[in-house]
Design a protein around this ligand. Structure first.
Ligand code: C5P
Length: 320
């Protein structure tokens, strides 16, 4: 039951985040907040939640907590250092999500980010040497076709929302980062005996550092001129919580569930986002969008079918 609730809430969390972020970036009349501050605060939120989980696990005993942190983080510095790579990639990806949502409608964003399945499969092959079955290869071809059909709609090419090319290029970089970071993080998770919430805490320490560097590089002048919280409304705070919760959900799915289920969540989120996008953004979904989305969902289903040869999950990691 816990797992079903986890998947359903993750789906709605993802949809709510994407719709609200797109609304605040495109439709709201309020001045535009600096998205790098949102990424930074959502990393901070995840760190605080992870710390709270650890404090709770230590029965609110500070001595037990400090012994645990000493044993698992300070004494295992190399393990800790390894998480810098996925954390930095995720920080880049999380920043680019806002670039994409500023320049694309949420439905297009949601469908095109499914390319993550392809990049994940690619990194599984390159890094871990896993071979694709025929069914999965076919699924990836269908996925490609589906995404091309959705993207080639004239109204998307001439979108009034912003710079379409910038939006789509950001999605491509997001998919490469997500594929690599996902494979890398789950490998670390499966290869270690360090408790899950300690691993997450380590991720978010690096996450805050990476997001902080991104924030200074991207918006230092703007922030010193206008302030860190420029353009903040209650909706922006909700986005920070939704984005943080989304990351925590993703980590829990990697930990507790088969990652195939994560793709089913994505396909459900596509449909709900498309409906939400049509309702709030008056996006004309059209026949080609419907057909393309159908192909994307079909490919996710095919890719998720159990295969006889390893791996059984797109992100199952074998020990090297
Ligand atoms: O694109 P994908 O579903 O792989 O995105 C994963 C998201 O989960 C990223 O936003 C990343 O920051 C977040 N994450 C997290 N904690 C982890 C692993 C991923 O917050 N341990």
């Amino acid at each position: 039951m816990f797992k079903v609730i986890l998947l359903i809430t993750m789906c709605f969390n993802q949809v709510a985040h994407n719709l609200l972020a797109a609304y605040t970036r495109q439709l709201s009349s309020n001045p535009l907040y600096f998205s790098s501050t949102v990424v930074f605060l959502s990393e901070t939120f995840k760190l605080l939640v992870s710390l709270a989980m650890l404090i709770h696990a230590c029965s609110w005993n500070c001595t037990t907590l400090s012994i645990l942190l000493q044993k698992e983080i300070i004494n295992k510095r190399i393990e800790f250092l390894k998480l810098l790579i996925p954390a930095a990639l995720y920080a880049l990806q999380n920043n680019l999500v806002y670039t994409s949502l500023t320049n694309l409608d949420p439905a297009t964003f949601q469908v095109s980010t499914n390319l993550k399945i392809l990049t994940t499969a690619l990194f599984m092959r390159v890094i871990l040497g896993h071979r694709l079955t025929m069914t999965r290869f076919t699924a990836i071809i269908i996925l490609f076709l589906g995404i091309i059909i959705v993207q080639l709609q004239p109204q998307h090419m001439n979108s009034h929302h912003g710079n379409y090319l910038l939006g789509i290029s950001s999605v491509l970089v997001i998919c490469v980062c997500a594929g690599f970071a996902g494979v890398y993080f789950e490998k670390i998770l499966k290869d270690t005996d360090v408790p899950f919430w300690v691993k997450n805490l380590e991720m978010y320490i690096w996450g805050i550092l990476s997001a902080g560097i991104g924030l200074l590089g991207q918006d230092y002048n703007n922030i010193t001129e206008k302030g860190f919280f420029f353009g903040y409304t209650p909706a922006v705070w909700v986005i920070i919580i939704l984005s943080g919760a989304g990351g925590l959900y993703a980590s829990l799915v990697m930990h507790h569930l088969d990652n195939i289920l994560k793709h089913f969540v994505s396909s459900a989120a596509i449909i709900v986002t498309a409906i939400g996008s049509a309702a709030f953004f008056h996006t004309d979904l059209g026949v080609s969008f419907m057909f393309g989305s159908f192909l994307v969902c079909l490919s996710i289903f095919l890719y998720s079918l159990p295969s006889n040869s390893p791996p059984s999950s797109p992100l199952s990691i074998r020990k090297l």
